[in-house]
Design a protein around this ligand. Structure first.
Ligand code: PHE
Length: 346
């Protein structure tokens, strides 16, 4: 009976047929059930011999049925899958026809790249508030209330008469605020960068915006020198541009560094010939930097007798412009898709 069942079940491919075959063997009037029933008229010897065998056959049949049913189910799934194939070329086809999927803004692309470079050099990445107090934006950076350097950065002030003198609120004019916050919350030696938006009440032109991005950097430790600073700055620019870019170092004045430098790069928009971005001079101020002023270290809770360091304020928007040859900073904030979509990576 078992062999016959085996042969029969082989030929079936529908669940219902398998179930009815099963019942014709194991059902009430089924062949195997009949055998088991007939045992009551058998002799004890016959029972001993036939009983276990019949039970064995019953179990084998049940196993075969279960396997067959699952085979059938699998075949059905496979058939469905082969009919409803997913067209993996479909999304590419849509992209080609209708290229309006999102992409990263060139600023984001450059910022991510620069962050990676600094992370690989052991820098942390910090963040800080856009709305700051006079203390963090000026005083702690060695720019007291009557200091003429306050005029270097046209500030957006909040109307908050209630705040005590020296603690009035403003939109940060540079990311140097995070130098102070960073120093206050860690112990030397440390190194960090802080990319972010800054605000200045300025006339806009091809190279100036009221809202723009800087990337602050600070390294504090023992016996840090100007040559360490220059080495780092050059190394970073080579990493960013993936080639040797021409740079020049000039003395620069910022109350929070001494000595201070302006690191300019050869304008990549006009290759130094002169254009609206470099104001016809062929060079772009990209990386102001210097050795941290002792008063600033003190304001951050660090003893300048024991530690020193350097700081820099990379102009991120200008860097984006130099990398991609963008001739007007205002494009970056325009929200114009014709501009933005040129930077998709495919
Ligand atoms: N905070 C300065 C600015 O915005 C740049 C700077 C940062 C200069 C750090 C020196 C050191 O103009």
């Amino acid at each position: 009976a078992y062999e016959k069942f085996q042969a029969e079940i082989e030929t079936l491919s529908a669940q219902a047929d398998v179930l009815s075959l099963k019942s014709s063997y194991l059902g009430k009037k089924g062949a195997v059930s009949e055998i088991l029933k007939s045992l009551k008229d058998a002799t004890p010897e016959e029972r001993k011999e036939i009983g276990p065998k019949a039970n064995e056959i019953k179990q084998e049949i049940e196993k075969l049925v279960a396997k067959k049913l699952s085979d059938i189910e699998l075949a059905q799934i496979n058939e469905k899958l082969s009919k409803n194939k997913i067209d993996i070329t479909f999304t590419d086809a849509v992209k080609a026809k209708n290229n309006n999927h999102g992409g990263f803004h060139p600023r984001t692309l450059v910022q991510q790249e620069v962050e990676d470079i600094f992370l690989s050099m052991g820098f942390e990445v910090l963040d800080g508030p856009h709305i700051e107090t006079e203390f963090y934006n000026f005083e702690a950076l060695n720019i007291p209330g009557d200091h003429p350097a306050r005029d270097m950065q046209d500030t957006f002030w909040f109307k908050d008469e209630k705040s005590p003198e020296g603690n009035k609120h403003l939109l940060r004019t540079h990311t140097s605020t995070i130098q102070v916050r960073g120093m206050q919350s860690r112990k030397p030696p440390f190194r960090f960068i802080a990319p972010g938006t800054v605000f200045r009440c300025e006339r806009t032109d091809a190279s100036h915006e009221m809202v723009f991005q800087q990337l602050e950097g600070m390294m504090v430790g023992k016996d840090i020198s100007v040559s360490n600073l220059i080495y780092f700055m050059k190394e970073i620019l080579t990493e960013i541009f993936k080639k040797d870019v021409e740079v020049r170092l000039r003395p620069g004045y910022f109350p929070f560094v001494e000595p201070g430098f302006e690191l300019d790069i050869k304008c990549q928009v006009c290759s130094g010939k002169g254009c609206s971005v470099c104001k016809q001079v062929g060079w772009v101020e990209l990386l102001p930097c210097g050795m941290v002023h002792p008063n600033v270290l003190r304001a951050g809770g660090i003893d300048p007798e024991e530690y020193n360091g350097f700081a820099f304020g990379l102009g991120l928007d200008r860097l984006v412009m130099m990398k991609y040859g963008i001739d007007d900073i205002r494009h970056l904030q325009s929200g114009d898709l014709r501009f933005n979509s040129q930077f998709k990576e495919y």
